[in-house]
Design a protein around this ligand. Structure first.
Ligand code: PAF
Length: 291
């Protein structure tokens, strides 16, 4: 297991490991690893000969005023956790190793689906994500890359980019990992005060109630308006969360829908701010045809 900071050293390691004859799984992260990241590393380990984990807090996906400076960092802890989960390398570059001096190129997926959900309140975010993921893919050249379903819109956009650009990598999306009380794991959970942490479970509770209502089969249970009302009501029953969005979209296209139709998958997604901490969560819901 190696901790590598430069592209040259990473390439030397690839040579040493004879990677041409091996499959390589890649887990891009911004560090401060939690069980969600570790599940990606374990999935990569089970499906590939070699696993590279990048730890890079990417400045271009933060807007001015967001938490770039305060984003939690602990490379020694990340290195240990990644190793225990089965990683072969942690790649932890400096910013100027990723962005060449004078760099003026970006990769942007365009479409209405990038402007919804997180794209509405973070308009430059996904351009930063797709640019850095492109750069990292070019450096690491993975066979498979692993992302979490918690960032559902990011996963959708990255899959679209890989498809549109014929990128030679398979994107694998792994399920959300939750704390025992249902809160989706996030590096940003450490920012929460103890009261905020308690109330943050309302995101998952709201999604759970919406799922129960949808599955109840009562007339109109697929109504997007009604389902949003249920989720918002659950979050607002607590006093600290400020809703950024609660949206229900077609999971295959991220297009708008008014009803969750039987046999169709819907992405039910929420973003809520607790103080300066913005949390996201989602579920993909559907009702079977003929029910
Ligand atoms: O999901 C993340 O942690 C980041 O957006 C990613 C994919 C590592 C790009 O910086």
């Amino acid at each position: 297991m190696s901790l590598i900071h430069t592209i040259d050293k990473l390439e030397a390691w690839f040579g040493y490991k004879d990677r041409q004859n091996k499959t390589l799984g890649f887990v891009p992260t911004m560090g401060y690893l939690h069980e969600g990241h570790l599940s990606l590393i374990k999935a990569a380990k089970s499906e590939n000969d070699l696993v590279v984990v990048s730890v890079f807090v990417n400045p271009t996906q933060f807007s001015p005023g967001e938490d770039l400076e305060s984003y939690p960092r602990d490379i020694d802890r990340d290195y240990r956790l990644a190793y225990e989960a089965g990683a072969d390398v942690v790649f932890n570059p400096e910013t100027d190793e990723i962005y060449m001096p004078g760099s003026s190129t970006a990769v942007e997926v365009v479409g209405e689906f990038t402007k919804k959900l997180c794209g509405a309140s973070r308009p430059t975010h996904f351009k930063g994500v797709t640019t850095v993921v492109n750069i990292l893919f070019n450096i690491v050249k993975p066979d498979k890359a692993y992302f979490g379903q918690k960032d559902a819109q990011q996963a959708f956009i990255i899959k679209k980019m890989v498809r549109d650009l014929h990128m030679p990598v398979e994107v694998v999306i792994c399920p959300i990992v939750r704390e025992s009380d249902g809160l989706a794991m996030s590096s940003r959970n450490v920012y929460l005060s103890s009261e905020e942490r308690k109330q943050a479970t309302s995101l998952n509770k709201g999604l759970q109630k919406a799922e129960e209502y949808l599955k109840s089969g009562i007339a109109g249970c697929g109504s997007v308006e009604k389902l949003i009302e249920i989720i918002e009501g659950t979050i607002k029953s607590q006093n600290l969360g400020v809703i950024d969005y609660v949206q229900i979209l077609d999971a295959e296209t991220l297009g708008d829908i008014a009803t969750i139709e039987p046999g169709k998958k819907a992405l039910v997604a929420v973003a809520v701010k607790f103080g300066n901490t913005r949390l996201i969560d989602n579920r993909v819901l559907s009702i079977e045809k003929g029910i």
